[in-house]
Write a protein that binds this ligand. Sequence first.
Ligand code: 16G
Length: 259
Amino acid sequence: MSAADQIFAMLKESSQSGAPLYLQLRKSIEEAVNRGLIGPGDALPSERDIASKADISRVTVRKAVQDLVKGGLLVQRHGSGTFVAPRMERVEQSLSRLTSFTEDMARRGMSVRSVWLDRGLFAPSPDEMMVLGLSSTELVARVSRLRVANDTPLAIERAAISASVLPDPEAIGSSLYATLGLTGNRPVRAVQRISATNLGDSDARLLEVPPGVAGLHIERISYLASGKVIEFTRSVYRGDAYDFVAELRLTGPGEESRP
Ligand code: 16G
């Protein structure tokens, strides 16, 4: 049975309920997904196909579909249609090891790719000047990427690095840390600050989640062994995809607790 037929079959089951048509259709699509008749990543039939099969107007179909996109069950990709949202497997990330996104995902056997949002040399912002120790006449390299693992967008990372360390942001291949490593500038220590955020429209669109859903805002300041700050990265991670895990130990007698 085609996906449109599955949805139509569900709709016939619920058509006695007397609820408005778009609610019945919404429920039918939800049922078809919950029963596994159409699975994560599957394309939803076109608005036109659903409307003609179920003999309802396209406006009604659009209203039901938009509701489900807002709720996160479906995702719309520009130019390619509407799909059942991929089921998120949460990624557990240790907070005690300094690793790169590429290494983290490779360790889990996940494929990694990045979509470049921006990269170039810019006059530094006051924040960047302060954290990276730059003067107003120096430049900063900004590297902004959407990080995608197994075809699911997980995070938006906006890194700032002194242009004296990274004079050519175009030279970065798939890994920023690998590029920094080539000149002996890979960080060895980092301080990470994690806070809650609600995703704004454009970040939500990139991460393929409904606007306003919960996410994690992460700021990482990383250092070379010399103590020099090398990276100032502000990221937004999907709240439904990440668990950050820290191991805590009781401070032993005579040991001082350090931040
Ligand atoms: C991690 C870091 C990010 C770093 C990136 C380098 C967090 C929150 N962020 O994702 O600061 O720039 O790795 O990854 O952990 P790459 O070497 O794959 O480009």
